[in-house]
Design a binder for this molecule. Structure first.
Ligand SMILES: Cc1cc2nc3c(=O)[nH]c(=O)nc-3n(C[C@H](O)[C@H](O)[C@H](O)COP(=O)(O)O)c2cc1C
Length: 190
């Protein structure tokens, strides 16, 4: 039996009243249903982060250990002024080697109809620099105020198969990259 793939879900905003939390919890609950997955919800506002420093020198040991152990990552990000939240970038920057050759899938959340597409596009070069490998499928929670009720219940069931397709792709890429990390020598730095 293959050991489960560990793919945590990172919720990328600390905004009070954030609707992205509904999306992140939905993604987390669906991921938990997959027998081949182990997951956990990482809330960016629970991370020990300084605001007078940046980068690896302010590592949160627990967060770093989780990223070190993970095989892949799901980021749930809202769109703020056509970008992603600064706090998400501040959190991501705390680690570096921990991400290398691991798969990442991104879910965007917005009040507008594009479902955070611009925030996702803006995150792609960041993912590349961190050594993460992006999949070519996203989930866009557009008009999120109409997708979940106040208790976080999903009101549009079309998101279940959308997320299934996303998870299928992410699981495949995660499995491939774990096989590569464990079986194929990494290229030596020149
Ligand atoms: C600072 C800020 C900027 C925002 N900019 C955008 C935007 O560019 N496009 C958009 O569709 N919604 C924008 N929104 C609305 C969010 O997409 C909306 O709040 C949505 O629920 C997701 O964010 P949340 O998780 O904070 O709720 C913005 C919200 C904030 C707080």
């Amino acid at each position: 039996m293959e050991r489960p793939l560990f793919i945590p879900v990172l919720l990328g905003t600390a905004r009070r009243g954030r609707r992205s939390e509904h999306a992140a919890r939905f993604v987390f609950e669906q991921a938990k249903k997959r027998a081949e997955l182990e997951t956990e919800l990482i809330d960016v506002c629970q991370l020990a982060m300084k605001l007078d420093d940046a980068g690896e020198q302010m590592k949160d040991p627990k967060f770093s250990a989780t990223i070190q152990r993970c095989d892949g990552l799901i980021i749930v990000t809202p769109e703020y002024n056509h970008g992603y939240p600064g706090l998400l970038k501040h959190a991501l920057d705390m680690n570096l080697e921990e991400y290398i050759h691991k798969a990442v899938g991104i879910c965007g959340v917005s009040a507008g109809s594009f479902g955070g597409a611009r925030a996702i596009e803006a995150l792609l070069p960041v993912m590349r620099e961190l050594g993460l490998v992006t999949i070519f499928w996203d989930v866009n929670f557009g008009n999120v105020q109409n997708l979940f009720n106040e208790q976080g219940k999903l009101l549009d069931q079309s998101y279940v198969p959308r997320l299934d397709k996303f998870l299928n792709e992410l699981i495949w890429m995660t499995r491939v990259l774990r096989y590569g990390r464990e079986n194929i020598p990494e290229p030596k730095a020149q």
